[in-house]
Design a protein around this ligand. Structure first.
Ligand code: CTP
Length: 398
């Protein structure tokens, strides 16, 4: 997402400037080109040497040196975004009133690229009416303001005003500026959640799937421009994201019917639901009463939705399945890929900590039909969704 992006990082005098060091590292690691400018007082908090070493470019703080003038106009034209992080109360006030007494402000006033600010200040300053007014002014100029965090402040007090963490700033840039629309025009089918197979009017056979992973995938697909049909089992979660149409189902059979109806018009499908493999052979219309000491339930196999879509797959459609295993993970994942005619299987191992049902994180390995095997670190499910969708996009346009 950041590959080749030109980021002009502008640092002002604030304790939070130490976080800018990590921010530069993360941006460079993500493939961005970073130039750093700073106000003279920012040098009291971080050294230009550290920042120039990390960004691989000289850091500029002065409008003039003895024999040269810094071209602030070109800096603002070079950048894809000017990111002011941390933004101090003082620089905020100067930006709001058009003052121009240092290089950072001159660059801001002449920037033709989008400007994003990450404020950092003590809570009382943050809540002061002047600050509110100045921020409102910046927003009215079209500048974007990254929300501050709550937590321990430089004063030792606790409250609002901490600069957002570098990872959150990266996420903000990605969501608000660099969101790629590489799935514009695509139609995606996603299943998520458990299924409930009724025994009688009050009981069912279900599982612990939360649906969070599938919902995160649906949201990522929609964010990137796809029109998403989310076939969602009885999960307590859902989504309000734009571009997603939710079809609620209860049973494996209902999920199957919804999927086979939509699949011919879809260009890709991700089957992340934990579908029951067996369902009661008959459903009692009356509540089953307790009688004998043992009770035998006859179950019959449900239709395998992924395999059914695999049979009906036509040219160019990309079909993704999941595998949840606790032994022989790799062999089972690869055999599901073949047997179900999928293009990709996302393996969750039940042996990995923080992975699988209910967690907000997941750790997956992706197996692709051409033999690729890609392992990922444990990450928040939103980031896992991004990794999976990145691979889908690659395959879709290969
Ligand atoms: N799946 C499906 N329909 C079913 C069962 C599973 O579409 N009736 C899909 C799941 O959504 C998942 C994949 O198949 O994408 C693998 O599911 P999993 O339960 O791990 O595998 P099974 O094929 O059911 O095999 P087993 O339970 O023996 O591991």
């Amino acid at each position: 997402m950041f590959q080749g992006k030109k980021i002009l990082l502008a640092i002002t005098g604030s304790i939070a400037a130490y976080k800018s060091i990590l921010l530069v590292r993360l941006l460079i690691k993500a493939g961005a080109e970073v130039r750093v400018i700073m106000t003279p007082s920012a040098k009291d908090f971080v050294t230009p040497l550290t920042l120039s070493t990390l960004s691989k470019h000289p850091v500029i703080a002065e409008l003039f040196t003895e024999d040269a003038w810094s071209n602030h106009v070109m800096l603002g034209r070079w950048a894809d975004v000017m990111l002011i992080a941390p933004l101090s109360c003082n620089t905020l006030a100067k930006m709001a009133t058009g003052q121009c007494d240092n290089l950072l402000l001159a660059t801001y006033l002449s920037a033709t690229c989008p400007v994003v600010v990450a404020p950092a200040m003590d809570e009382d300053m943050w809540l002061h009416p002047t600050t509110r007014e100045n921020l409102a002014k910046l927003r009215s100029f079209g500048n974007k303001v990254i929300p501050v965090d709550k937590g321990e402040l430089a004063s030792g007090l606790h409250g609002d005003g901490r600069m957002a963490e570098p990872e959150a700033i990266m996420q903000y840039l990605q969501d608000h500026l660099f969101q790629s629309r590489d799935l514009d025009g695509q139609r995606a089918l996603v299943t998520a959640g458990p299924t409930y197979e009724p025994l009688d009017p009050v009981r069912f056979i279900g599982n612990h799937s939360s649906g969070k992973m599938g919902i995160a995938i649906a949201e990522e697909l929609a964010r990137r421009g796809a029109q998403v049909q989310l076939v969602l089992g009885p999960s307590s979660y859902d989504t309000q994201a734009k571009g997603i149409q939710i079809q609620r189902v209860q049973t494996a059979e209902e999920m199957y019917q919804a999927c086979v109806a939509y699949w011919p018009s879809a260009t890709l499908a991700v089957m992340s639901a934990a579908v029951a493999d067996y369902s009661p052979a008959s459903k009692s219309q009356e509540k089953i009463k307790k009688s004998e000491d043992t009770f035998t339930l006859e179950l019959s196999k449900t239709k395998d939705i992924l395999a059914s879509l695999g049979e009906r797959k036509h040219n160019g459609q990309v079909l993704v399945g999941f595998a949840l295993e606790n032994r022989n993970e790799k062999e089972y994942a690869q055999s599901k890929l073949r047997k179900k005619n999928a293009d990709m299987i996302v393996l969750n191992s039940l042996n990995d900590e923080g992975a699988g049902f209910g967690f907000d994180t997941n750790k997956v390995t992706i197996f692709e039909k051409d033999g690729n095997e890609i392992g990922f670190e444990r990450k928040p499910k939103k980031e896992v969704a991004r990794d999976i969708v990145d691979r889908i996009v690659k395959m879709l346009y290969a």
